[in-house]
Design a protein around this ligand. Structure first.
Ligand SMILES: Nc1ncnc2c1ncn2[C@@H]1O[C@H](COP(=O)(O)OP(=O)(O)OP(=O)(O)O)[C@@H](O)[C@H]1O
Ligand SMILES: [Mg+2]
Length: 652
């Protein structure tokens, strides 16, 4: 047996210099990746190579002479596997299998085995050639691959937020995941083999969009887009789509990977955000315009007051010159128009002193009948609709009248060839979940509904902006709806407009309903004061930091026959007061630098507790709830207002 042992690697210069027999020996001895050895006809190991030693762990000395069944697992040995292998080799001419084998150290490995019978020249089996290869590594690599493929499959399958699927090179669906099912609505077996163009809206399909996207993906490697796609039920969604071309190692296109995400929600959220931003911008813009308008209107108010009362005083003195009188009347009318304008601006800026009263809307409308008819002319009819009973509202009736007048004129203007519009009101109860952006509570919903031209979306969105008008220069100020909105909001309500081109316009003003209705007997009958009757000339101190206004007040008072001292500040006023013991009345402005009117009154009261006092205030100057114990006079005021206030102050 010694001659079969191949124990040492021979050192040879060239293989071809060896005798033929040695060449085989050298060959086998050089093989380390395969175990190559011989068994005799009974299965006893009779030769051993380095590959065998490497994979099994036995040296030639240790293993030669042993039966090859020592390489088998005990269970396989007990089952007769070694004998079966040899027998198969004899009967079939060859045995080939993969299986577990045991190394010398007891560890197991997976192996590929080939056994060939070795026959003598007369054909008898004299032994077996055995070649085995350790496949453990290949097997574990394969297993790892299989399990990672499995993991990928599970991963892709269970993603529900993304549709992940594959297309063959022609665009037919070849795999489908849960996300695809959820987003597109098709089950796997419904969609496999179908062409992916069915996910496109018809117009896109006709325009060749599906083919184009595959062509781009094939050419550039990837296609990415946001576009509308169709679900199985026909509904559409905004999809973010990526198509990647898949190529094999040779660069040949074998299909496409498609990932689709439904971004409808995201885009909705984005739109909502943009809308909110736009609203915020509008609100800020209006706030700024409000500040500006309010400021300008405040100063104009004072100036117009001076102009108007000066004109009326001049008018008294020139009563016989008819030419002058008509000029003066012109000037007074222009000043009055200016005053109305500034009132509207103040109302828009929500900076107006509201003279809050219990108001019955039906009564208010009825009281305006004549004025409305005159304002809108004969071609337009007014229809009123009020329920039998309607709660009162707490509001400023004069403001509400001017709002209604504007709405009526707007309605008339929207119906150039005549028609009719409806003024109505009804009570509404709102809970906290109402979508009118109003607090919960009871409201009176006051509306003017016309059948006129209506507004397009652009006009509607700007209708309540101050100075926005479509009526042409000199015809409309564009302040009507702006003031109506300011007024409604200052009253704790809201203005709402519903309008469609050609379908008319409804403007609604929601005003909080009063807690209880007026009871006719509760209201004390207003004392009828006939201003200025039997009044003795008085000594009066007038205080205002605005020289023009002060001069005007003084002129009015002197015109009424009183003697007047004047002061341009609170401190000056105190000086005059201390100098002049015989004062009958103090009239002071409120908003003055240094010392306000209210502060002045407090100091005066300390010295002269019984002196009658009138406090003149512009729009919303006094913080609400201010107690003054003085008669209030709203600016701008004219001689009538002044006289009424004086009567009240002297009676206190
Ligand atoms: N009932 C309506 N039908 C159609 N459009 C209207 C209606 N009411 C208002 N509008 C549109 O809204 C714009 C603004 O109205 P708003 O009352 O604020 O100002 P105005 O009527 O133009 O001017 P002013 O009120 O000073 O006369 C109008 O110019 C008009 O385009
Ligand atoms: Mg108007």
């Amino acid at each position: 047996m010694e001659q079969h042992l191949l124990q040492k690697s021979p050192i040879v210069r060239t293989a071809s210099s060896l005798p033929v027999e040695d060449r085989y020996r050298v060959l086998i001895e050089s093989i380390t990746e395969y175990a190559v050895y011989l068994l005799d006809e009974n299965g006893i190991v009779i030769s051993w190579n380095p590959g065998a030693q490497k994979s099994m762990g036995y040296t030639a000395d240790e293993i030669i002479g042993q039966h090859f069944s020592v390489f088998y697992r005990p269970t396989n040995r007990a089952a007769g596997s070694p004998e079966i292998a040899l027998k198969t080799a004899v009967t079939e001419g060859r045995f080939e299998a993969e299986g577990w084998r045991v190394r010398k150290d007891g560890t197991e490995f997976w192996t590929h085995v080939v056994i060939d019978p070795v026959r003598s020249t007369d054909g008898a089996v004299v032994g077996f050639a055995k070649i085995t290869r350790d496949l453990t590594e290949r097997r574990s690599a394969e297993q790892a691959l299989r399990s990672s493929e499995e993991q990928f499959r599970i991963l892709v399958q269970s993603v529900t937020d993304y549709a992940i699927y594959m297309l063959d090179p022609k665009g037919f669906v070849s795999s489908w995941n849960l996300g695809a099912e959820r987003i597109k609505g098709y089950k796997t077996d419904e969609i496999l083999g179908e062409h992916f163009s069915r996910f496109y809206p018809e117009a896109d399909r006709k325009a060749g969009a599906p083919e184009e996207s595959l062509a781009i993906a094939a050419k550039e490697g990837r296609f990415e887009r946001e576009a509308w796609r169709v679900r199985k039920d026909g509904t559409t969604f905004l999809a973010h789509v990526i198509i990647d071309a898949i190529r094999n190692d040779d660069g040949e296109l074998i299909g496409f990977a498609k990932i689709t995400r439904d971004v409808t929600e995201r885009s909705k959220a984005q739109q909502a955000l943009e809308r909110t931003r736009e609203q915020l911008f509008q609100a800020q813009k209006l706030e700024a315009i409000g500040q500006l308008t309010g400021g300008v209107a405040h100063d104009f108010n004072n100036l117009l007051m001076v102009i108007q009362s000066s004109l009326s005083m001049i008018r008294k003195r020139v009563s016989d010159d008819s030419k002058l009188v008509s000029l003066l009347d012109n000037a007074s009318q222009a000043a009055a128009r200016g005053a109305t304008l500034t009132q509207r601006m103040l109302a828009f800026a929500r900076r107006q002193d509201l003279d809050q009263q219990m108001v019955s809307i039906p009564d208010l409308v009825r009281g305006m009948t004549e004025m409305l008819e005159r304002a809108i002319g004969p071609a337009t009819a007014i229809i009123t609709q009020f329920p039998l009973s309607l709660p009162d509202v707490v509001t400023d009736p004069n403001q509400l009248e001017s709002v209604l007048l504007n709405l009526a004129v707007n309605a008339r203007d929207a119906m150039p060839s005549g028609g009719s519009f409806v003024i109505s009101a009804r009570a509404e109860e709102l809970d906290v979940f109402n979508d009118h952006k109003l607090n919960a509570g009871r409201y009176v919903r006051f509306s003017v509904k016309d059948e006129g031209l209506g507004m397009d979306a652009a006009t509607l969105s700007r209708a309540t902006e101050p100075f926005f008008t479509t009526k042409g220069v000199g015809k409309g100020t564009g302040l009507g709806l702006a003031m109506a909105q300011g007024f409604a909001e200052q009253s704790g309500g809201r203005l709402m407009i519903d309008s469609q081109p050609g379908a008319g316009t409804t403007v609604e003003i929601w005003i909080p309903a009063a807690m209880s209705s007026r009871l006719a007997d509760d209201t004390p009958a207003p004392q009828t004061i006939v201003p200025g009757t039997n009044r003795q000339p008085l000594t009066i101190l007038a205080v205002d930091d605005d020289a023009l206004v002060l001069m005007n007040t003084v002129a009015m008072l002197e015109d009424l026959g009183h003697s007047v001292s004047q002061a341009s500040s609170g401190l000056r006023a105190l000086e005059v007061l201390r100098r002049e013991p015989k004062l009958d009345l103090l009239i002071t402005d409120h908003a003055m630098p240094g010392m306000t009117g209210v502060e002045l009154i407090d100091l005066v009261r300390a010295e002269r507790p019984h002196l009658p006092v009138i406090l003149a205030t512009g729009y919303a100057e006094l913080p609400s709830g201010t107690q003054t114990n003085a008669t209030r006079l709203a600016k701008p005021f004219f001689d009538d207002d002044l006289e009424k206030a004086m009567d009240l102050a002297l009676r206190r």
